[in-house]
Ligand binder design. Structure first.
Ligand code: HEM
Length: 145
């Protein structure tokens, strides 16, 4: 006898799009605030504040955005796990996401709080932006590939 478990998230057609809206809002908050600090590291705007000040001001918002993403994402995933984990784009997104979060709270955090703005800071900012753009592309393309 196979136990049929129905996912309450699939009980109404409105739940998935609502969750996806929350997922997109969380992505705007998390990746948006990360990008602002990366642009500051690149010297592209907000130069009236040090990188350390910008990073410290935005850190709580980044964390809130990531909590929203790490909650809404698995819920979206649970609506049809087989469709997602068998999709190489989803697997790539998860690998990039893990790398992006580790990089964000290690090398990039140290660089942003050091207040330095030389070549190394610019390289760190470019790596950060590339990783998060990869996560976002993974999120968008996983529905099409
Ligand atoms: C900061 C981390 C994350 C970012 C920036 C991100 C970004 C995105 C983006 C841009 C979309 C496309 C939304 C759309 O086209 O409407 C998406 C969809 C999705 N994401 Fe994420 N995501 C993140 C974390 C996660 C996590 C942790 C999971 C699961 C464990 C996940 C699972 C999904 C699923 C299942 C979809 C729906 C795809 C579909 O339309 O069928 N995401 N994500």
């Amino acid at each position: 006898m196979i136990l049929q478990v129905t996912n309450p998230l699939n009980s109404s057609e409105l739940i998935f799009p609502t969750l996806e809206c929350i997922h997109i809002a969380g992505f705007a908050l998390s990746v948006g605030t990360i990008a602002i600090v990366d642009f500051r590291l690149l010297g592209l705007g907000m130069n009236h504040q040090s990188t350390a000040e910008v990073a410290a001001d935005l850190a709580p918002w980044t964390l809130l955005g990531l909590v929203v993403m790490l909650t809404s994402g698995p819920l979206l995933f649970s609506s049809d796990p087989d469709m997602y984990y068998l999709n190489w784009v989803f697997d790539l997104k998860m690998v990039l996401l893990l790398l992006a979060i580790i990089f964000n709270y290690t090398i990039r955090r140290k660089t942003a709080y050091s207040g330095k703005s030389g070549t190394r800071a610019k390289v760190v900012a470019c790596v950060s932006i590339t990783l998060w753009v990869g996560v976002v592309f993974g999120g968008i393309f996983l529905a099409f590939i």
